[in-house]
Design a protein around this ligand. Sequence first.
Ligand code: GLV
Ligand code: MN
Ligand code: MN
Length: 418
Amino acid sequence: MRGQNLKIDPERLWDDLMQTAQFGATPKGGICRLTLSETDKQVRDWFKARMTSLGCAVTVDDMGTMFARRPGTRADVPPIAMGSHLDTQPTGGKFDGALGVLAALEALTTLHRAGYETFAPIEVVNWTNEEGSRFSPPMIASGVFAGAFTRDWAQQRRDRGGESFGAALDKIGYRGSESCGAHKLSAFFELHIEQGPFLEAEGKDIGVVTGVQAMRWYEVTVTGTDSHAGTTPMNRRHDALLGAARLVEAVNAHARKFAEAVGTVGRMEVAPGSPNVIPGEVFFTVDLRDPDAGVLDRMEQDFSAAAKRIGDELGLAIDFKPISAEPAVRFDKDCIEAVRAGVEASGLTSRDIISRAGHDAAYVARVAPAAMIFVPCKDGISHNEAEFSSKEQCAAGAQVLLQAVLDYDRRLAERYGK
Ligand code: GLV
Ligand code: MN
Ligand code: MN
């Protein structure tokens, strides 16, 4: 089959992973590269320079998402895109997101060096703010791209320091001119580390990702009364942190009632934050996930009921705001078939898998055929500086990505009756 002999270069991919890991490198070997920060600008500039050196045209949309295009033989066919994100968690690893972008860059480099002509244009995409750590919700740019959020709402989201997404985009010079969502795609493929234990445990090279579980985010503000820690008797307190603590317990207990559900409070801010003042206000986030959105409905109802009860018991006002709700996603049949063909062409082992983490591909799937490829990561650990996939595992994923894109390109050529 045409293109089946093309091989990505494992060393070049590894070098790119290690080189870009310097932008925001942490002493413990991870990366802190929050979206739209100075280090995000540095890695974006690096990415743009590399793509330009390969003769690609780089466009940026008004949510800061970058698209680097290598032409195909048919300029009127929308591109087949591959990519992921270059932002990280505050204590992120070297592979979450970066692997998907840099493997896409490597796949495109392989085509470029071989002088291989595809039917459709091929693009490498770097989505803005996949992580949702600085600006919530996560995957905000692919969400706007897919019509899940409006651009204006997204650009007005503020980080905890009060800076808006729009202002942060302008500060690093990455508010592009293309309207987010206007960029048409024939398909989208995202390679990612699994971030869970199954592939490693079963000794499989590749996860063929058939879908993504449902996920919801909320922001909660608990309001009580600031007062003196020494002079306020226990029965006259309105302690916002005590209420928040009981709600954290409730999130954990509600998730445990269901076989596959998970519930997390990952950020909490306590005001005024003084040892001898009873906290008057607490802000915290809630992340709920399950493959079945019906389970999330029940968890949300349980949380609301717990908030009402705890608020009444402690004399607190509890404001519970939904921020995002992503339904469970089934990826496109033809894209999944292309991934299977890629696994076969690469001579690797695989199993089907559902993603427990959120990904840009889940939003993109609303507006273009999409699928994902997973590779194992050590002990299933991610969102941690110790996150690790080997050179060989990364290379296997990049090779399948390349072959999946080429397979889809052949299907597209047939469909257009080339
Ligand atoms: C994305 O990183 C997620 O939280 O799943
Ligand atoms: Mn990711
Ligand atoms: Mn992540």
